[in-house]
Design a protein around this ligand. Structure first.
Ligand SMILES: NC(=O)c1ccc[n+]([C@@H]2O[C@H](COP(=O)([O-])OP(=O)(O)OC[C@H]3O[C@@H](n4cnc5c(N)ncnc54)[C@H](O)[C@@H]3O)[C@@H](O)[C@H]2O)c1
Length: 356
């Protein structure tokens, strides 16, 4: 599968490193609205660059576009890729809202192309070990979960922190996809949500040397506490925050009738995975799979390429990303309206196993 990358910012580095090494993916060109950024990545990774994203979209040498632009541009770039006849894999979120998300799914279907989206961490060594344990009944029947992503936000180090405090980002849209995709992949679809939200700082202060001291307006809630009811009847909670300095709370725990599974940070590919069942005095450290335990971003692109080749269902697929988008939108709506919100879409649990 010949890949063209659109968007050569911070996250492109790890994608370019990994996509050059996965079997079955060939990097053919990189591009960016800012040609200088594309040229820099081209020099760094030895991949040709083209002057504009349009040149990448029109190239006959590209089969699949990897969309690593900012959230506001995701749907425009993904739709342009599909209308140019290319499969597309986008960074998260799939789009800014479900209206745009539906357009992407509909166009992919019309054109007979794949549209998928990050995150792909749920395919990594740590979270796939959790999937294996849950499916094997290690904690009995799952009854609940607690997800907590508490941080002070990325403005101290990120060169473009403004995007994180606008629509389409914030703690829920920026980091929620890792937690929600993991919950959906491990436990199933979400049917209903409720939430309370707050914004504890009117502006944030940039720390990166190029923009140090600049004020960043905050347009979205930065502390979001949600309750989720899954289709199976299981209920759980998810808190995402850019307002918390320190925490000792685990990132994700899944509770079952026979024990508790302590999952790794859903924004990572590795461990630790810890299990404690009723009758045991201590937590057990569970060995994880040996492959894809380090930062393997792009695994979802490789899985998409492989799935197209073999006629399989892509795991980081558009329907799953759309479901996660609808859950996030529902959580913010529930916070605003103080009403529970019903989630209409569903996602199939993706097939299990670490890619080989
Ligand atoms: N930075 C991280 O640690 C990180 C981690 C995981 C995922 N992500 C996701 O990756 C995406 C990119 O994040 P980033 O941190 O690399 O941002 P960034 O601002 O560093 O880079 C984005 C790049 O996209 C380019 N761009 C913007 N609009 C474009 C358009 N319409 N066409 C072509 N290029 C365009 C910009 O010029 C820029 O080079 C976001 O969706 C983010 O949520 C980022």
């Amino acid at each position: 599968m010949r890949i063209g990358v659109i968007g050569c910012g911070t996250i492109s580095r790890i994608y370019l490193k990994n996509l050059a090494n996965f079997p079955g993916t060939e990097l053919v060109m990189v591009s960016d609205l800012d040609g200088e950024r594309a040229r820099r990545r081209s020099e760094e990774f030895g991949v040709p660059w083209v002057e504009s994203p349009e040149a990448c979209l029109l190239s006959n040498d590209v089969d699949l576009i990897v969309n690593l632009t900012i959230p506001e541009a995701h749907s425009e770039v993904s739709l342009a890729a599909l209308s140019a006849g290319k499969h597309v894999y986008s960074e998260k979120p799939l789009a800014m809202n479900t209206v745009q998300g539906r357009e992407i799914l509909e166009m992919a279907q019309q054109k007979g192309l794949m549209a998928g989206a990050a995150p792909d961490t749920f395919m990594g060594a740590g979270l796939q070990k959790c999937r294996e344990l849950i499916d094997a009944g290690a904690i009995g029947r799952p009854v609940s979960f607690t997800g907590t992503m508490l941080s002070r936000g990325p403005e101290r180090w990120h060169p473009n922190p403004f995007i994180f405090y606008r629509q389409g980002a914030g703690p829920l849209y920026d980091l929620g996809p890792y937690y929600l995709t993991t919950i959906v992949a491990l436990l199933g679809s979400v049917a209903q949500v409720s939430s309370m939200t707050s914004k504890n700082f009117s502006h944030r202060v940039a720390g990166h040397r190029d923009i140090q001291g600049q004020h960043i307006p905050v347009e979205i809630p930065t502390h979001v506490m949600a309750h989720l009811a899954l289709e199976s009847g299981l209920i759980g909670s998810l808190t995402t925050s850019f307002d918390v300095a320190f925490t000792e709370i685990p990132r994700l725990e899944i509770y079952g009738t026979e024990g508790t599974l302590s999952c790794p940070d859903p924004n990572t590919f590795g461990g630790p995975v810890r299990l404690r069942t009723i009758g045991e005095d201590e937590w057990q450290d569970i060995p994880i799979f040996s492959t894809y335990s380090v930062n393997s971003r792009g695994l979802g692109v490789w899985d998409m390429a492989e799935s197209i080749e073999r006629g399989w269902e892509t795991r980081a697929n558009g329907q799953q990303a759309y479901h996660v988008l609808e859950i996030m939108e529902g959580i913010l709506t529930a916070g605003e309206t103080k009403q529970q919100v019903t989630i209409e879409s569903r996602a199939k649990r993706p097939r299990a196993g670490v890619p080989v």
